[in-house]
Design a protein around this ligand. Structure first.
Ligand code: GAL
Length: 819
């Protein structure tokens, strides 16, 4: 009887709080109402739990309805059936943080993620299971995928986190972009997708399932779009709403690559166009990109920073004007929710890529005026009024009369971020270093590892990806009179190792790293071998495992061979193939095994003659945490390549010695025309990544903190310094009759550096006066209104600034304020 009452009570409670999420041809419906949904990707392990509330809150204030995340299988199940949901991996805590902020959640279980995440999110032990092939009708794979997916669903259900249970999660995703790579899987690929759909469906999550880029998504799976533009997208089923799961707000970075920038105008244009053309769900990928801590960066060659030029920068600061301009767009779209989702749609084509779309209900109408022309502005005449729509922009008129928003007219400030020295240190730039060498004697001189084989193995097979490092070692004997000796000899290694260090008889004979995209190469160095026993020790290093493409799991890693010694003289070349020699293997390095990065590590460190440019060297220094709350970074300029830890927390791989190529950066960036990842690049000829994020929660606010570096190639640590990032100055360049808010992000505005009302030109940091300017002292007016305040709001009007004669151009205010 008691249990029956309990059950009834439970049913009653869940029916009161449950949210019914469904969909029809037009939109996702929540409790029967069609919704306009704006969502943003934030991946929980790319920040820390301490950062989550602030990031999610900023998402909400930025006008988002939902936060989207993948689930990262390899992080949660690093060893088969041993799980980790601690710290940054506390998925449930992340979802509850979303719930606490009153936002919805979109859970992309995958479990294939891609995401520039190591091995696309798959554990390497999975690859090493017998007969394994990923993402096809392979029984072993399907069993493991089902096991993990079910476990995640059960965990989430147990906490009542699906909307059907009263929780925040309104959508779940199975697989990811399989449609883009499915060709090579043939018929099995088609069966696999059906199996995925059935398996997902059988888990009864009570909310719709989505599949990105899956044109044959079986019902009731919802096929959704990913890309820079999705206004053309038509889902495969007329009953599926038009949804966009990845609107790429920028792009990721690879070692040797440059910083990508997708302009604010273009992101806004893509979103507005999508809603103009019937879209109802848009998710920004990424809204906050964050950091690839530890060894989570995918590959090959994804950098530690995953900033992505997202609306929130790597450290969680507002990336302005992107954040603010999109917030305004979200507010306008939300204000039209009913008309957009219930209205009848009609379109007028004006030619030359200009069009008007009118959404009409009995209560009213809303309009979009779109101009997809890259070069010319359009003048649209509509209901007796005339509207200028700039090239490559969309104007939104919630009442079909008044322009509320244009994607190319930014009225949000631009924030210029700066790095400040660590004020907690008296002499901030001179850390006191101690050091010790990586102990490699067993490998370099003895060639002694943990296992031997007469074969060269793929690195993943040996290491299970427990480390970036794998030693391949062998010994070669030469008799005194060996015809080889005395000739010009070289060691030749066919390799796919991302980085390779070669040692012969304890001597470092050289290293090589691959060029991005050219992952097969030959390393060849002249070597003097001696008579008797020679030890060849090759250290192969991975920099993130492949995360994309059909059958990406079997892309080679490490030294694939052949390996040979060549002896040459004038008339003869002799080749000795070592590939089937006895090779001894050792995963990882000693210093990692002995946890030299731990603060409590008791190993000996020396403060004497701290070496520069020494390969395989450990460095350690203590420092004080920078004062205040601004995000902290460590500047690793001068170093080569390696790994850094702060108080034992791995902050990721560093490689400032990897200089981005000189070509391809644009002095000017034109938002007009289709964006692609090679457009609007910066950072040419500079270290690919110089600054590394140190989340505040890794630091002791009082007392000492420890930085440990493992330097693999050789570098100079004397320039290493801790800094904070914050807004340095803010700018605006706004047309008359708009208003602008200037804000130094909770710090007072200290001065107005430039201000002109007329036709000023240039960019933030380099504004110049134009040919007309008001006679009122604009700097004085703004100084009065803004200096000393954390923010100020300015109406850009002739009443305030005077009326300069700018015949032929619309008057503008340009201002630069110092924070
Ligand atoms: C998509 C993928 C994402 C991410 C993105 C590029 O293809 O679904 O996970 O990898 O590309 O950043």
């Amino acid at each position: 009887m008691v249990s029956l009452r309990f059950l009834l009570c439970f049913l009653f409670v869940s029916s009161v709080y449950a949210t019914i999420v469904s969909h029809d041809g037009r939109a996702i419906t929540i409790d029967g109402h069609r919704r306009v949904l704006l969502s943003g990707s934030i991946h929980y392990p790319r920040s820390t739990p301490e950062m989550w509330p602030d990031l999610i809150k900023k998402g909400k204030e930025g006008g988002l309805d939902a936060i989207e995340t993948y689930v990262f299988w390899n992080a949660h199940e690093p060893t088969r059936r041993q799980y980790d949901f601690s710290g940054k991996l506390d998925l449930i805590r992340f979802l509850k943080t979303i719930q606490d902020e009153g936002l919805y959640g979109v859970l992309r279980i995958g479990p294939y993620a891609c995401a520039e995440w190591n091995y696309g999110g798959f554990p390497v032990w999975l690859h090493n299971m017998p007969g394994m092939v990923f993402r096809t009708t392979n029984k072993a794979f399907m069993d493991e995928m089902q096991n993990f997916t079910t476990m995640i669903v059960d965990m989430v259900k147990k906490e009542n986190l699906f909307a059907s249970q009263g929780g925040p999660i309104i959508l779940a995703q199975i697989e990811n972009e399989y449609g883009n790579v499915m060709g090579p899987y043939g018929e099995s690929g088609k069966s696999y997708i059906k199996w995925c759909a059935n398996m997902a469906q059988s888990l009864n999550v009570g909310v719709p399932w989505i599949m990105c880029q899956q044109n044959d998504a079986p019902q009731p799976m919802l096929n959704t779009c990913n890309g820079f533009y999705c206004d053309d997208f038509v889902p495969n089923n007329p009953n599926t709403p038009k949804m966009w799961t990845e609107n790429w707000t920028g792009w990721f970075k690879q070692w040797g690559g440059k910083n990508s920038h997708r302009t604010t105008e273009d992101v806004a244009f893509s979103v507005a166009r999508f809603f103009q053309r019937g879209g109802t769900f848009n998710n920004y990928y990424m809204y906050h990109g964050g950091t690839n801590f530890d060894r989570t960066a995918g590959g090959p060659y994804i950098t530690t920073s995953y900033d992505y030029d997202a609306p929130l920068d790597e450290y969680g600061n507002l990336n302005q004007p992107k954040y603010g301009h999109l917030k305004q767009l979200h507010d306008v779209l939300h204000s039209m929710e009913k008309i957009l989702t219930y209205g009848n749609i009609s379109t007028i084509d004006f030619g030359n890529s200009a069009s008007a779309t009118i959404y009409r209900t009995k209560e009213g109408s809303s309009c979009f005026f779109g101009n997809g022309n890259e070069n010319s502005d359009a003048t649209i005449s509509f209901q007796g009024e005339s509207y200028v729509v700039p090239a490559w922009s969309v104007t939104i008129l919630p009442d079909c009369k008044n322009e509320a928003y244009n994607t190319a007219k930014i009225t949000t400030q631009t924030s210029m971020m700066v790095k400040k020295p660590n004020e907690a240190e008296d002499t901030p730039s001179t850390l006191k270093w101690s050091w010790r060498p990586e102990n490699m004697d067993n490998f370099l001189l003895k060639g002694k590892g943990e296992s031997t084989q007469t074969q060269l193995f793929d690195q993943k097979v040996v290491t299970n990806d427990q480390s970036d490092y794998l030693w391949y070692m062998t010994t070669v004997k030469f008799k005194k009179r060996d015809p080889f000796l005395g000739k010009n000899m070289s060691l030749r290694v066919n390799s796919t190792a991302h980085v390779l260090h070669a040692f012969v008889n304890g001597k470092h004979i050289g290293n090589q790293h691959v060029e991005n995209g050219k992952f097969n190469y030959v390393f060849e160095k002249d070597v003097k071998f001696k008579s008797g026993r020679n030890v060849i020790a090759l250290l192969s290093i991975t920099v993130g495992l492949a995360n994309y493409g059909a059958f990406f799991e079997s892309k080679p890693a490490g030294i694939t061979g052949p390996i040979s010694i060549t002896g040459r003289n004038v008339d003869e070349t002799i080749v000795k193939d070592l590939s089937a020699h006895k090779w001894s293997y050792k995963t990882g390095l000693n210093g990692f095994e002995n946890q030299l990065f731990r603060t409590e590590s008791v190993s000996k460190w020396s403060v004497e003659s701290v070496p520069f440019n020494r390969t395989m060297t450990w460095y350690k220094a203590t420092f004080k945490a920078p004062l205040g709350n601004d995000p902290v970074v460590v500047d690793l300029l001068g170093l080569g390549k390696g790994t850094a830890w702060v108080n034992g927390n791995n902050i990721g791989r560093y490689w400032p010695a990897f200089i981005s190529s000189e070509n391809g950066c644009a002095a000017k960036c034109n938002y007009r025309g289709p964006y692609h990842a090679e457009k609007c690049l910066t950072n040419c000829g500079e270290p690919t990544q110089r600054w590394y994020h140190v989340p505040r929660s890794f630091l002791n606010a009082e007392g000492d903190n420890t930085l440990v570096l493992f330097e693999e190639m050789g570098g100079n640590p004397s320039l290493v310094s801790f800094q904070t990032t914050r807004v340095g100055s803010v700018c605006a360049n706004v047309y008359e009759k708009n208003s602008i808010e200037l804000s130094c992000d909770r710090k007072p505005i200290s001065a107005i550096k430039f201000a002109s009302f007329g036709n000023p030109y240039g960019n933030c940091g380099s504004f110049e006066k134009g040919t007309c300017e008001s006679s009122n002292n604009t700097i004085d007016i703004l100084t009065q209104e803004c200096v000393g305040k954390e923010k100020c709001s300015i109406d850009v009007s002739t009443e305030k600034f005077g009326a300069p004669d700018c015949t032929g151009s619309v008057r503008r205010l340009a201002v630069e304020a110092i924070c």
